[in-house]
Design a protein around this ligand. Structure first.
Ligand code: HDD
Length: 739
């Protein structure tokens, strides 16, 4: 029989032996040396994964799982063309049976997510705090895998819902995998892991009808918040703009807990981990987030996927906030309480390295879905604190992977394997992959595998004194639920406070039980009277008495609008350039170039898919007037053009709506040439009244940039770029406008 010409290939990389290629070594030194050899740079994980990557090429045959090529995959084997299907059809059975079992349980929380490969490069070693090699060796390029997620929604839910975002980073270090399983908010709802099932059951859809999807705007969530005072601080963060990020690349990441650093002398410090985005921390506005959930449910995952494909690699600075062990009790909050942050005003963040995401996954399921982050994955030099939330997580993550990924061998799935070969005496169980030659117990007469002394890199748990009488209690300072909630609220700018009042009013507006309304207003009144009074008015509750004892303190670092840590740049933003045939080429082409130079994405929107022409110039359209809305962009530019058809096209309802909607969402809007008159007469007739004089003159009012005439003007581009960098035109009052 003739063999099929091409068979699926597995592409092994010679320098990357698989488990089965690795001979069991006889000494611990040899094992560790082998591990180091494997991590030879940025793409070490990529090379390792390529051992398991199947390349399906043109001409590949369809085969059964046992390797036999199949002649027909379209019709099942039947007794006659109209006869019943025969049990003998192994190809049918294999195909259907595999399909029947394609789904695995989605993550019980953080089900909706997207992950990206990249690397971490240290620029500032910190031997004074830790002997973790990855935080001391500036010569390394450590592969990382970062999964972003929402918490409450199912795997198919929308990206832009109001929720905390997961920020789970895995470093594939030479000493093993280190996972920082964090969020984009630096504090958590609860203090003790034993409350986790309660908070999650409350925020997930109501059990009787599984409504609503991916949101806390329902009775059970607010019932729980109103009855659980420790949620106060995090509740404010989730009602702030942090919970509707503009992009994954425009979010902070936080390890949340105090972890422990141990240096070479064994000295311990507490440490909080921070990720600061190079593009700044920016958010959607709520109306935009709501609309995008329908217009493009994949808005965030697409945004980052596209950026990486285009070579616009997102970056974060990695920072540590370190508190020496002897200063543990210097604060009016407990470092072990995950509902508290360490204000940067008290302990500055020291930035020590850069994480860059530079590669999309090859296939979603084996990588993004099967990655199994575990808080207990730490490397020598890093350890756990006694934070009761962290202690509980250290059990939960390992445990959940067993049911999610079908047994204790989930660490042998390629995305979960460390760079080094793994030797231990664990054997068997579902889906065991390596074929191991040698001993499976210790001690054994072959001296392998055997424990590694600390001097050679063996992990030793921290030597913390433990004392006390067993009790189901919490640290004394854990009971101050209000100070940091007030600190956060006081630190917000007026705009951010207004957004928070709206967010509370939206969420509570969806709650039916007025008893919950009453309790929440009482809770808010403990934090800030003005906040409580405004929310009460919007949800039909009486204004509470002014009994708030707000300490009035502020942090200079917490606001997204005027916080000290903020970055303002036009990089990574998107501008929709609306054009039709016979558009004015000079200003359009000049703006395109200027935006590119600023690292901003210019996307052409035209009346049709394909190209838009003007004279000898033609532009390909990324979107049509029908396939996008203003919500897809950070700013829009409607170009002018010549001819009657152009004028007619301008009065399309889509364009008028795009401008009005962008105006309401406080985005920069630019128009030129014939579109200036159109803007003033039709799109935004009464909102602006700029005085324009002279060819090429640029006028700006409330973030609306007008360029008269058809000649380019460098000032036009710089004005738009400056406005983009500020993110929104906050001074534009839109409180009375509906889009
Ligand atoms: Fe968790 C997933 C973050 C508390 C139990 N968590 C999960 C993910 C992130 C976080 C980012 C998704 C990981 C991924 O992308 O695969 N979780 C946090 C943070 C917490 C936190 C920042 C508080 C500081 N989590 C927490 C507690 C428990 C869990 C207290 C249980 C006691 N978390 C889980 C879990 C998940 C999870 C059930 C679901 C899927 C998974 O682990 O792999 O084990």
């Amino acid at each position: 029989m003739e063999r099929p010409s091409k068979r699926p290939r597995i592409t092994p990389q010679p320098e990357q032996p698989t488990h089965t290629d690795v001979e069991m070594t006889s000494t611990a030194e040899k094992v560790l040396n082998t591990a180091v050899d494997y991590a030879t740079g940025a793409n070490a994980k990529g090379r390792q994964l390529s051992n398991y990557t199947q390349v399906v090429e043109s001409g590949c045959p369809i085969m059964s799982y046992f390797g036999v090529a199949q002649a027909d995959t379209d019709s099942s084997l039947k007794a006659g063309p109209r006869g019943p299907t025969l049990l003998e059809d192994y190809h049918f059975r294999e195909k259907i049976s595999h399909f029947d079992h394609e789904r695995i349980p989605e993550r019980v929380v953080h089900a909706r997510g997207a992950a990206y490969h990249g690397d971490f490069v240290l620029h500032t070693p910190i031997p004074e705090y830790t002997n973790a090699a990855v935080l001391n060796d500036t010569g390394r390029r450590t592969p990382v895998f970062l999964r972003f997620s929402t918490v409450a929604g199912s795997r198919g839910s929308a990206d832009t819902v109001r929720d905390v975002r997961g920020f789970a980073v895995r470093f594939y270090t030479e000493e093993g995998n280190w996972d920082i399983v964090g969020n984009n908010i630096p504090v958590f709802f609860i203090q003790d892991a034993i409350k986790f099932p309660d908070v999650i059951h409350a925020v997930k859809p109501e059990p009787h009808n599984e409504i609503p999807q991916a949101q806390t705007a329902h009775d059970n969530a607010w019932d729980f918040f109103s009855l659980t005072p420790e949620t106060a601080h995090m509740m404010l963060w989730t009602m702030s703009d942090r919970a509707i990020p503009r992009s994954y690349a425009m979010m902070n990441g936080f390890g949340v807990h105090a972890f422990v650093f141990v240096n070479a002398e064994g000295k311990r410090s507490f440490v909080k981990f921070h990720w600061k985005p190079k593009l700044g921390v920016h958010s959607l506005v709520w109306d935009e987030a709501l609309k995008l959930a329908g217009q493009d449910p994949d808005f965030h995952r697409r945004d980052l996927y596209d950026a990486i494909e285009a070579g616009n690699y997102p970056e974060w600075e990695f920072g540590v906030q370190v508190v020496p062990e002897e200063n543990e009790h210097d604060f009016d909050f407990d470092l072990l309480d995950a509902t508290k942050l360490i204000p940067e005003d008290l302990v500055p963040v020291k930035y020590i390295g850069t994480l860059t995401l530079n590669r999309n996954v090859t296939e979603y399921f084996p990588e993004t879905e099967q990655v199994a982050f575990c808080t207990q994955h730490i490397v020598p030099g890093i350890d756990f604190s006694n934070d009761p939330l962290l202690q509980g997580r250290n059990f939960s993550y390992f445990d959940t992977q067993i049911s999610r990924l079908g047994g204790p061998n989930f660490n042998q799935i390629p995305i979960n394997m460390p760079l080094c070969p793994v030797f231990n005496n664990q054997r068997d169980a579902m889906h065991r992959m390596p074929i191991t030659k040698g001993a499976n117990y210790f001690p054994n007469r072959f001296d392998a595998p055997h424990p590694v002394p600390p001097a050679k890199g063996g992990f030793v748990p921290k030597a913390l004194p433990v004392h006390g009488v067993t009790t189901r209690a919490r640290g004394e300072k854990f009971s101050d639920y209000l100070s940091q909630a007030q600190l956060f609220y006081n630190s917000m700018s007026d705009i951010e406070k207004t957004h928070m009042v709206s967010a509370f009013s939206f969420e509570l507006g969806k709650v039916e039980d007025t008893g919950i309304h009453k309790r929440i207003v009482e809770r808010l009144n403990e934090i800030d009277h003005s906040l409580a009074a405004q929310v009460a008015a919007n949800i039909g509750q009486a204004t509470p008495p002014n009994t708030t004892k707000n300490h009035g303190k502020r942090s200079a670092f917490l606001s997204q609008i005027n916080g000290k840590a903020q970055t303002f740049t036009a990089q990574g933003r998107k501008v929709g350039i609306f054009v039709q045939d016979e558009f004015d080429t000079a200003p359009v082409l000049a703006l395109q170039l200027a935006l590119k130079a600023a690292g901003t994405l210019a996307m052409i929107v035209g009346p049709r898919k394909g190209t838009v022409k003007s004279g000898a110039t033609s532009l390909s359209t990324q979107f049509t007037f029908e396939t996008c809305r203003s919500t897809h962009f950070d700013a829009i530019y409607v170009a002018g053009g010549s001819g009657e058809a152009y004028a007619k096209g301008l009065s399309s309802g889509r364009l008028v709506h795009a401008v009005r909607e962008a105006y309401m969402h406080q985005k920069p809007i630019a128009v030129s040439g014939s579109a200036v008159e159109w803007l003033q007469r039709i799109a935004l007739p009464s909102e602006i009244s700029p005085a324009i004089s002279g060819q090429g003159k640029v006028e700006v009012e409330k973030g609306v940039v007008l360029l008269e005439g058809t000649v380019e003007s460098p000032q036009f581009a710089t004005t738009i770029i400056d406005l983009l960098a500020m993110h929104r035109v906050w001074e534009r009052d839109v409180s009375q406008i509906a889009a």
